[in-house]
Design a protein around this ligand. Sequence first.
Ligand SMILES: *Cc1c(COP(=O)(O)O)cnc(C)c1O
Length: 398
Amino acid sequence: MNSIEYIEEAEKDLVHTYNRYGIVLERGQGVYLFDTEGRKYLDFAAGIAVCALGYGNEEYNSALKNQIDNLIHTSNLYYNVPTVLAAEKLKKISGMDRVFFTNSGTEAIEGAIKAAKKYAYTRDGHAGHEIIAMNHSFHGRSLGALSVTGNKHYQEPFAPLLEGVSFADFNDLSSVKTLITEKTCAIIFETVQGEGGIYPASREFMEGVAAICKEKDILLILDEIQCGMGRSGKMFAWQHYGMKPDIMTVAKALGCGVPVGAFLMTEKVAEKSLAPGDHGTTYGGNPLVGAAVNKVLEIMERDKIADHAAEVSKYLWSRLEELKEKYDFVKDHRGLGLIQGLAVSVPVGQVSQMALKKGLLLITAGSDVLRFVPPLVIEKEHVDEMYKILDEIFVSFL
Ligand SMILES: *Cc1c(COP(=O)(O)O)cnc(C)c1O
């Protein structure tokens, strides 16, 4: 089959929930991907902020291959070595106390919500607690995660969703304050809003929410699924703010390509939260993904990947600033580390399609933002290569 035939077959077989780009990817090396026609692409999408180490990392690949030969799955009824080592490392780099491994980001959000509700239930001796989430947030597609996702379009067909969720405006502390009631058990947001258009939390907002949470014993849940794991220039984006959440969620780059996520909590939360029988998963944190997480964390720590991301991100920042200066239709430039966005008034879908034709994978966020989430191992020369392509595209819009 050639790529056209694969695509036709896919459109017949798969539930049509995505409008996919018209290429069939086959192989990756470094920060480049290759399709079935042998075309090469510079990757500024990283499988949506997943493939932090790029492609073909031999150390990572052989860790996975070895684990496949030893043991892939056990269920959580038994202990296994790689997952315990992974949890230990994750605790150490985050300063959190307890880890629950999941199969995805969405499932980490589900767990985080349940953990917060159980904490409040134990503390107060009754259920019926409420959660405050943010407008334009994204936390996933399952019914629980969708309930805290502030996007009417995503939610509407699936109502009624979880009760007791209200939405504040991100980076607007007073809008959060007005929603707090006696029943509020948690406030959840992304440290850097991803899908909503790349908006980092302001320092004032973060500090304000953290103070309210502390005062009222409300749990702060930070979603680090997209901005975590070194992408912001620190291992977790909240580390830029000199604070710590009560619960956090990670996924995407956590396993660099194997399906794994996690929610973590402090000991204070754990003492009153999920107990045997409250939560579970058959696959979550199985030996295969455990080996991946363990190796990813080892490489990230040893090779100071977050520092590298911080370094290259400054260069990416300066080059995107050049584009902003040069083109009036670039309205805004936002981000933190290697999660950056350009808000433009030209059609982002069209820019992204043109980029694809020129050998650049570039994705969008919201309706008017170009999203830059490359593998964290990119170098300045790759930023220049991306800049050249994007500049050519932008010129054509003048
Ligand atoms: C991708 C994402 C999710 C959902 O993760 P999945 O692995 O797709 O289930 C949740 N929150 C944020 C911030 C994300 O970027």
